[in-house]
Every structure is written in C-alpha cells, then in structure tokens.
Design a protein around this ligand. Structure first.
Ligand SMILES: NC(=O)c1ccc[n+]([C@@H]2O[C@H](COP(=O)([O-])OP(=O)(O)OC[C@H]3O[C@@H](n4cnc5c(N)ncnc54)[C@H](OP(=O)(O)O)[C@@H]3O)[C@@H](O)[C@H]2O)c1
Length: 407
C-alpha cells in the first residue's frame, strides 16, 4: 500500500496543488458527472450552459457530450502535462468564466444574480489566468529528457529499425548518443547524420552483445560518460518448429534478448542510482504476453524482458529511475528477414518511429507500453481466454508465417 501511495504521490508531485485540484475535478466530470448527465438525466429537465446561454432538450444533450469530450481531453492533458494544454485549458476556462458571469445575471437577475455572477466569474477568471501563466509547466516532459535523466543515452541495436529511430528521437531531444550494434560502418554513417542534424556528441561502440563479454565490454566503453538513459533494444527473432531450430542460434538469442539486458542494466544502473536519476528502456514485444508456437524461445525471451522490466520499475521508481518495457507488435524493420519469417500482411506493420514516439510518451508514466490501440487490444483480449487456447490460435497464424522447411 505504501508503494502505491508513493506512486500516486509522485504523480501528484508533477504539478502544483491547484492544478491537481483541476485534474481531480476533470476526473469527476469524466467518470461521474458527465456519464450521469448524458446517459441518465431526463431530456425534459436537461440543461447545458455555453457562453452564458442555457441550452435545453437535445441541444443540451449534445452540449453535455461535448463537455464530456472536453473533460476527457483535460484529464489526459493534466495527467501527462501535454504541451497542447496551453493555451487551450486557459481559453476554455475563460469561456466558462464568461458563462458563469453572464448566466446568473441573465437567468437569476437582481442583486443576487449579479453577486453570484461576479463571484463565480471572477474565481474562474483567476483560474484561467493561472492556467495562462502555467505555460512552462506544460512543457511536454519528453523535451526535457536529458535534463531529467542525464546527458548521454546508450542505444543498443542502433544500426537499424527501432534502435535507429530511438537514436534519432533521443538526439532530436538533445541527448548525446552512444550507438551500439555489430555493423560498425552503418553506425558511423548514422553518427554522422546525428551530429550534422542535431549537433550532439555521438560515440560508436561496435560489439556483439550476444558474446559472453559483449555487454561488459560496452559498459566499460561508456564508463566515463554520464549515462542518463539505457535503451536496451538489440534483439532478434527466429521462426521455426523448436526441434528444427539451431541450438547455437537459440543460445545467441537468449544471450542477446535476455542476458544482455540484465548485464547492461546491472552495470549502468549504479551511477544512475548515485545521481538519483536515469531511465532504462527495454524493448520487449507483444510476443512476450503469450506463448507463441514456432517462436517459442523468442516469445519466452520477451516474457522475460517484460517481467524483468516491470519488477525493476517497482524497485526503482521511487529512487529517481524510470523503467519502461516497450512492447511493439509487428514493425517494419529488418526483424522479419533476420527471423526468417514471412508476415501475412506486412503493409499493416507499424513504423519504428511510431513505436519510439509511443515509448517516449509513456516513459516515466507507466512500467510498460504496447504501441497502437490495435496491438493493445490484441494483447489484452488474450487475457480473457485460457493460455492454451491462445497458444492454439497463435500456432495457426505463426505456421503460415514460417517457411515450409522450418515447420
Ligand atoms: N520489428 C518487429 O516486428 C518487432 C516487434 C516486437 C519487438 N521487436 C523487438 O524490437 C527490437 C529491435 O528490433 P528491430 O525490429 O528494430 O529489428 P532490426 O531492424 O533487425 O534491428 C535489430 C538491431 O539489433 C542489432 N543486433 C542484432 N544482433 C546483435 C548483436 N548480437 N549484438 C549487437 N547488436 C545486435 C542489429 O544490428 P547489427 O546487425 O548491426 O548488429 C540491429 O541494429 C528487438 O528486441 C526485437 O525483438 C521487434
């Protein structure tokens, strides 16, 4: 209970008390008042006020739906302190202030109407003014990531796909980047691009992270840097019936997808803990949320990543370290080719840039993220069925994607 309390405490610490009050107000509007107003209130007595004008009947219902929508946006905007909240939260509140000034004067009338109108209008105008002045608070926390975590980001698997997009996105946010993978020439070309485009410092470490000493070698290579973020992303899949798979390739997969994440986190974490700030991002997969025949070891490695990251999130979140497990669905990268599979509908693959955007959005807010609603639904609908049923369904899908020789 204490940990849950401290997690809520951290969430509320992100904004001043008056803004937390607005957040709670928005939550009540979203979950209590608006559902009742729109779904339960009889049409005959429904009223809605916009700019001091009282709407009735179906217009009032429509107004109620719009209010509901506005409060959903407000709740999300306050929770995430989104940049688009400025100036819209202030403009909307000013509109409400005007309505609350005019409405009692017009409909209550007399001295009482004026007193009510001026009091409510002035109080809300004050809130609108405070929201106007709060522009800096809505800074889209991701922009300030290097300030928040530390100057350097280590990105593994940066020569292609999701890792490459992580490196680009982090450099765009001002991180100096350590690019890690085996293909050194590619890494140097990407380093050139990042330096030229974003003016950040870049270091290249070409290493095989599946080799026994690979992760330690990388940790030694960055020991002189203030590493604020580790993106432990390098990984690969391997399609095929278990007994047909090459054991040395499976060993390599476990070493890269699991061991490297553990060793790198263990080696890079202590200085972060000393500074009480840092972030660890591990790329898992929606494949880690269920058994996947013909990708049995791969899905097991990704389950490992999910449980590792989520447990570390609990251990570390109140010590200044954010942990996030990224769980993409199918993404357009070199993954499929390396895994030796043939996807049935590659056109539907998500872009690596979109996975990275969802990850940076979720970092610091939650322990894991599934990018896109479609993947999220797919990953969560499974929970309602026995795992055996889910595995049987997955077997049919995966068999089609596995080359005949490996089935
Ligand atoms: N694409 C998808 O559909 C998908 C879906 C869910 C999860 N994921 C996960 O996303 C992560 C990134 O995959 P991706 O889709 O971006 O695939 P990708 O395009 O094949 O990129 C994989 C990256 O990992 C690096 N890498 C592979 N083996 C390595 C090794 N032994 N040592 C060091 N680096 C190594 C590769 O670089 P070098 O070859 O130059 O070493 C490359 O930069 C993986 O963990 C994967 O499991 C992918």
């Amino acid at each position: 209970m204490q940990r849950i309390g401290s997690w809520f405490g951290d969430r509320f610490a992100e904004r001043p008390a008056w803004m937390n009050a607005l957040l709670l107000f928005a939550a009540v509007e979203v979950f209590v008042y608006s559902p009742w107003d729109v779904l339960c209130k009889p049409l005959a007595v429904d009223q809605d006020v916009w700019l001091g004008l009282v709407l009735t009947g179906w217009l009032a219902k429509l107004g109620g739906v719009v209010h509901w929508f506005v409060y959903v946006l407000a709740l999300y905007g306050f929770l995430r302190m989104r940049r688009w909240m400025w100036p819209w939260a202030s403009v909307y509140t000013a509109q409400v202030a005007f309505g609350m000034l005019v409405w009692p004067i017009a409909y209550v009338g007399g001295a009482r109407g004026w007193m009510l109108g001026v009091a409510a209008g002035a109080a809300l105008a004050f809130v609108a003014f405070a929201l106007w002045r709060a522009r800096e608070l809505f800074d889209g926390r991701s922009v300030a990531l290097p300030r928040r975590y530390g100057k350097w980001a280590v990105v593994t698997g940066a020569s292609a796909g999701i890792g490459l997009e992580f490196a680009r996105a982090l450099a765009a946010r001002g991180f100096c980047c350590v690019l890690v993978a085996r293909r050194e020439e590619r890494l140097h070309a990407i380093a050139k691009e990042l330096v030229a485009t974003y003016g950040v410092d870049v270091r290249v470490v070409a290493v095989d992270l599946a080799s026994p000493d690979g992760p330690d070698h990388l940790a030694d290579e960055v020991a002189d840097l203030e590493v604020g973020m580790l993106v432990s992303n390098a990984g690969f899949g391997y399609a095929g019936r278990f007994e047909k798979q090459d054991l040395s390739r499976l060993r390599e997969m476990i070493a890269l997808n699991c061991t490297a994440n553990v060793v790198l986190t263990s080696r890079l974490l202590p200085p972060m803990l000393e500074r009480r700030r840092g972030a660890v991002v591990i790329t898992g997969s929606v494949a880690g949320r269920q058994p996947i025949p013909y990708h049995a070891v791969y899905s097991a490695t990704k389950s490992f990543d999910l449980l590792l990251g989520e447990a570390l999130w609990v251990e570390l979140h109140d010590r200044g370290i954010d942990v996030l497990v990224v769980q993409p669905g199918p993404v357009a990268t070199e993954f499929e080719e390396v895994a030796g599979e043939a996807r049935t509908n590659p056109a539907a693959d998500e872009s690596a840039a979109s996975v990275v955007a969802a990850s940076l959005d979720a970092l610091g807010h939650q322990p894991s993220v599934v990018s896109t609603w479609r993947n999220w639904l797919r990953a969560n609908v499974n929970r309602f069925f026995p795992r055996s049923t889910v595995a049987l369904i997955a077997a049919d899908v995966m068999e089609n994607q596995t080359p005949r020789a490996m089935r």
